[in-house]
Design a protein around this ligand. Structure first.
Ligand code: NAD
Ligand code: UD1
Length: 333
């Protein structure tokens, strides 16, 4: 089966490409390289031993995508392409809506014209906003609190309308919780181009000595140790979730939203401790002010993903900490 991955050289897409390619899918990566590097393609080949095709391009170039879908006989699209930094989205909402929302309109239009009507979309737990109850299930109110989150919500709604209008469409919106970690080979992983915003890449840079200490955003949350709790999930489990979603869509039409998480929360202090124990290192950390927009606690109800997709996260927090560190220590890209 021929699959197009938009945002194909990015963090989550590259791990998904490895799994798909290993299972015999023919994988095409489409990316404008705004937040990733072409060398990722070589790294994927090192892991799988088989070539994946890279095409440099932007999802807003609808005509190009129509030609690509037809020429390469694509049967399904996994749509990862998007801008994802919450802080930037507050400063640059027009860029975020143009890239993420208008980009998806352009992609869906192209898919319609090429009669490719199966899509897995990278959504986010951020669509839920501040939890009104936990664990977060898929019917929890959608209260996205920043422009990035609202782009995800608008895209989900657009895709639902597309599916309602044409029964031939099969769409899964996968709401990732906090994907971290890297492929066990150490050949691919998360490598933000700027100073990291998210916890794991920041932690890794402190461990490397590139940053002096971890700023723990808030030590007075109503959680057992006072620090924020999240549902960290291994990026390779997330990659497996996409295969399960493609399989599901081959048998089920319509629009589906599904959480991908472990169902368990882990605090900042717990993650730091497990990182230190697993990787035999010391992390300096200082509690600072809460980060605006952060919630105390967020974790998924994962029953729907299990019932519908037969998918459960398997890897542990030590697996996530080990692989993230192994990738950065041995970084070659
Ligand atoms: P990433 O930045 O590593 O990957 C996104 C890729 O999309 C990049 O390679 C970038 O160059 C490309 N891209 C961006 N705009 C494009 C455009 N207009 N045309 C073509 N390519 C374009 O991010 P990631 O962490 O791999 O995230 C993948 C998707 O998952 C994103 O949509 C993100 O919003 C979503 N998501 C990520 C997380 C997370 O914690 N990483 C959580 C929830 C949802
Ligand atoms: C953030 C985004 C979310 C996005 C996700 C993946 C916000 C408010 N939310 O989620 O929309 O989908 O990234 O890109 O930005 N922390 C520290 N010190 C740090 C970094 C983080 O203490 O240097 C803490 C945070 O306060 C939080 C936890 O670590 O409690 C996880 O933070 P992070 O990795 O940024 O993820 P989220 O905030 O959950």
């Amino acid at each position: 089966m021929n699959i197009l991955l938009t945002g194909g050289t990015g963090y989550i897409a590259s791990h998904t490409a490895v799994v798909l390619s290993s299972l015999g899918y023919k994988v095409f990566l489409y990316d404008n390289l705004s937040n990733s590097k072409r060398q990722v393609v070589t790294q994927i080949k090192k892991i799988t031993g088989s070539a994946v095709t890279f095409i440099k391009g932007d999802i807003r170039d609808s005509d190009r995508i129509v030609r690509l879908l037809k020429r390469k006989k694509i049967e399904a699209v996994i749509h990862f392409a998007g801008l994802k930094a919450v802080g930037h989205s507050v400063d640059r909402p027009i860029d975020y809506f143009d890239n993420n929302v208008a980009g998806t309109v352009s992609l869906v239009r192209a898919m319609n014209l090429a009669n490719v009507k199966t899509m897995v979309f990278s959504s986010s737990a951020t669509v839920y906003g501040n939890p009104t109850y936990l664990p977060l299930d898929e019917i929890h109110p959608k209260l996205a609190v920043n422009p990035y989150g609202r782009t995800k919500l608008h895209i989900e709604e657009l895709l639902q309308d597309v599916s309602d209008a044409d029964a031939e469409w099969n769409i899964s919106c996968l709401r990732y919780f906090n994907p971290i970690g890297a492929h066990e080979s150490g050949f691919i992983g998360e490598e933000p181009s700027d100073r990291p915003n998210n916890l794991m890449p920041y932690l890794v840079q402190v461990a490397l000595g590139d940053l002096p200490y971890l700023r723990v955003f808030g030590g007075d949350y109503p959680t057992p140790d006072g620090t924020g709790i999240r549902d960290y999930v291994h990026v390779m489990d997330i990659a497996d979730g996409h295969v399960a979603a493609l399989d599901f869509l081959s048998k089920n039409g319509g629009w589906h939203a599904l959480n991908l998480g472990t169902g368990s929360g882990c605090s900042v202090f717990e993650l730091v401790r497990i990182f230190e124990e697993t990787n035999q290192c010391q992390i300096s950390a200082k509690v600072v002010e809460r980060r605006p927009g952060d919630v105390a606690e967020s974790y998924a109800c994962v029953e729907k993903a299990y019932t519908k997709l037969g998918w459960r996260a398997k890897r542990t927090i030590p697996d996530m900490c080990y692989s993230a560190w192994h990738f950065r220590k041995n970084r070659v890209v």
